[in-house]
Design a protein around this ligand. Structure first.
Ligand SMILES: [Fe+2]
Length: 392
């Protein structure tokens, strides 16, 4: 990395402080691939060329292998940054759509705050010093553990944690995410577990909100450096505006969206129309006969073939899913998330339920189990106009 990428402190060699893994140089647990990898850093390019990129997202186990590989090759990261008490620092070692790898530097007292990683899986590994990780168990209870050199954690979507450098002195860790991070939700711990505070569009790892230190020069991908709005004083090239419109455009650029008539034809040929609207909207407007109702908050878990909570028929990444929401906005983000999970044919319905109905395609009153109706009415979800037969 060029010296211009270092904000404070002199560069110093950390080659001697890298994790003593004893790994055979250049060894990889992954089959070699012929896919060329763009990187201006020869050591990174050589390493990444051994990864199974071009085959979809990497799972937690594969990402653990990625962090192990980088840790065993200190020439890819050892002189990239120096931790400083001014704020946590980080540098992106590699990025493509399927994978990004970061080196993070920590000083005593710095932490990420509680967060998840959007739809991405991840893995991180301590390569210098030690970190404290607070994490949420599948049961919802919170745990904590100290991670020393050579230790780390790997996780799938939905995992939430807070990483802390408790002791004084520097620490370094390598983080890998697949697909590259797009959104993260931040939480605060409560007596009842973690409560979501906000979800942000991000362009990097754990510390985007808390740190005030600018991104180091991304030396490996050959792409333009991106500034970050959360880092006052960043001197890099200003980042392009990132907001929901940008996120939506990016999602739709990956989809072959269908209009109502096209969607109806696709359903006739075996595609599954998935209605992600909340109960209140279905009660108010009705449903599409034959559509499968999967509310948005559980969508990925119901359709990803390896999920323990998948629907019985969601067994293949070849499944043709058409996501429908009310007006065709949230459905685009949902369909992109399914694409990230490997459902390569996932797309969404332009204009959502409203466009479907306006096109004169079949709709019917919502068919909701009576007990759910009673609970909804008691909670005020459906209002007083709901009859027991589900008609609004
Ligand atoms: Fe994280």
């Amino acid at each position: 990395m060029g010296s211009g990428g270092v904000q404070s402190g002199d560069r110093r060699s950390r080659a001697g402080s890298a994790e003593p893994t004893g790994a055979v140089p250049h060894a990889s647990p992954f089959p070699n691939t012929a896919r060329p990898v763009v990187s201006s850093d020869p050591s990174v390019a050589e390493l990444v060329a051994t990864l199974p990129l071009g085959r979809g997202r990497l799972g937690p186990g594969m990402l653990r292998g990625v962090t192990e590989l980088f840790a065993a090759r200190p020439e890819t990261w050892s002189e990239r940054l120096v931790p400083t008490s001014d704020g946590r620092v980080y540098v992106r070692l590699f990025r493509c759509d399927e994978l990004e790898v970061w080196l993070l530097g920590w000083e005593g007292g710095q932490e990420t705050t509680w967060h998840d990683h959007g739809g991405s899986s991840g893995s991180f590994r301590v390569v210098e010093g030690a970190l404290l990780e607070e994490f949420r168990r599948p049961s919802g209870t919170l745990g904590r553990r100290v991670l020393r050199v050579g230790e780390g954690a790997s996780f799938g979507p939905g995992y939430a944690h807070n990483v802390i450098r408790e002791q004084s002195g520097p620490a370094l860790s390598i983080h890998a995410y697949s697909p590259a991070l797009h959104t993260m939700t931040y939480f605060r711990p409560t007596a009842l577990g973690l409560a979501a505070v906000e979800t942000r569009v991000v362009d990097g790892p754990d510390d985007l909100r808390a740190s005030t230190t600018p991104l180091r020069e991304p030396a490996t991908t050959g792409e333009a450096p991106t500034g970050r709005p959360d880092h006052a004083g960043a001197r890099e090239v200003p980042r392009p505006e990132r907001g929901i419109a940008t996120l939506l455009d990016a999602a739709r650029a990956r989809l072959d969206r269908l209009g109502p008539l096209e969607a109806a034809a696709a359903v006739a040929e075996g595609a599954v129309l998935v209605d992600t609207r909340p109960l209140a909207q279905r009660l108010a407007d009705g449903e599409v006969p034959g559509a499968v109702v999967i509310e948005r908050n559980v969508l990925e878990w119901r359709l990803e073939p390896s999920s323990d909570a998948r629907l019985p028929w969601a067994t293949s990444p070849e499944l043709r899913v058409i996501v429908m929401c009310d007006e065709g906005y949230a459905s685009s983000l949902a369909a992109a998330s399914l694409r990230d999970l490997g459902l390569r044919h996932a797309t969404d319905l332009e204009g959502g339920f409203q466009a479907w109905r306006a096109a004169g395609l079949p709709v019917r009153p919502a068919l909701v189990p009576p007990d759910l109706l009673r609970r909804a009415a008691a909670a005020g979800v459906a209002g007083g106009g709901v009859r027991a037969d589900g008609a609004a």
